[in-house]
Design a protein around this ligand. Structure first.
Ligand code: FMN
Length: 295
């Protein structure tokens, strides 16, 4: 699985063999050294302000008995003139290892197969929110472990006492409040979306916006290391909001550790207002609330 940022580079003159195969490619000279394994990838390419589905090949073209490492991009279902342009590309899924095909026909058959797979992969939405199956719980615990480690590294004393443990997550699942984000077939993030009164929110030092009305809460929000910076936490908040809307629940509450800056920023960006502080498992937390947006 390859979740990288966009890699930029300039399109340089290639040997032009790709045209003969029906798969013209842009040979890219990356701006900075990149470390990508050799092979074929489904990828996004950005050029002229557009983003298009593409395939990336990293390799030496052994089928043609060539030896120089190249980065080649084939834009799917388009044949733009890219020579000399500055472009950006992002491999998202490794389709196959590099191979030395016995014939050019073999290479072309493989390229057609890669294209079908790449198209369907890139067409499917980036991330999906699902309820985890029992055999997803190990992955969820890995993500939570990574989040705990990051908090420890940042000197945060949140989630450093064993919470949330596997029993907490199994309990979330039993109560149908466990949710995961699946991205490129991997479990990438976790959150518990909880309806009903939260005992920790009964006593607030401050004032909630809503008064006695039903609300939804997101707890135990964690994103895996590889998936940071992809807005998956926001994705889960949006999903919770959509769920609340479908149940006609008009309020959304959340809390976070006062020193958890990224979470605080996310919460405020999402439109929450600070309402006060609450005591959660013996620790002080900032308590936020917002009205569920109507769309
Ligand atoms: C997605 C993709 C995968 C490829 N995989 C291989 C491969 O496994 N082995 C190989 O020898 N060439 C592979 N090729 C490279 C072709 O050999 C290459 O596109 C062709 O030689 C054209 O290169 P040129 O435009 O520099 O002449 C692949 C190309 C693409 C677009």
């Amino acid at each position: 699985m390859y979740i990288t940022n966009y890699i930029t580079g300039t399109v340089i003159r290639g040997l032009g063999n790709g045209h003969k195969f029906g798969f013209p490619t842009a040979n890219v000279q990356p701006d900075f050294p990149v470390s990508l394994e050799k092979g074929a990838y489904a990828a996004w390419i950005k050029y002229d302000g557009k983003r298009k589905k593409a395939m990336l090949y990293v390799g030496t073209r052994p089928t043609l008995n060539l030896h120089e490492l190249t980065y080649e991009i084939h834009v799917i279902d388009a044949n733009p003139m890219l020579y000399g342009k500055h472009i950006a590309f992002k491999p998202v899924y490794k389709l196959e290892e590099e191979k030395k095909f016995r014939t050019q026909k073999g290479l072309i058959t493989a390229l057609n197969d890669y294209k079908c797979t790449a198209k369907s992969l890139l067409a499917s939405s980036y991330s999906h929110v699902l309820t985890p199956r029992l055999d997803d719980i190990d992955d969820v615990m890995k993500i939570i472990g990574q989040a705990k480690r990051r908090m420890k590294e940042q000197g945060l004393d949140q989630w450093q006492d064993g919470y949330p443990d596997e029993e907490t997550i199994r309990n979330d699942k039993r109560k149908h409040q466990a949710h995961i984000v699946r991205k490129w077939f991997e479990t990438a993030a976790y959150a518990a979306i909880v309806f009903g009164e939260d005992p920790y929110y009964e006593n607030i030092d401050g004032k909630w916006l809503s008064d006695g009305e039903p609300y939804v809460v997101v707890h135990r929000l964690a994103v895996g290391d590889k998936y940071l910076g992809l807005d998956l936490a926001k994705h889960l908040l949006k999903f919770a909001e959509r769920k609340a809307r479908s149940r006609n629940v008009k309020w959304f509450r959340i809390d976070t550790h006062p020193d958890n800056i990224p979470m605080g920023n996310l919460i405020r960006d999402f439109g929450f207002s600070l309402c006060g502080t609450v005591q959660v498992r013996g620790g002080m937390r900032l308590a936020y609330e917002k009205q569920v947006s109507p769309f």
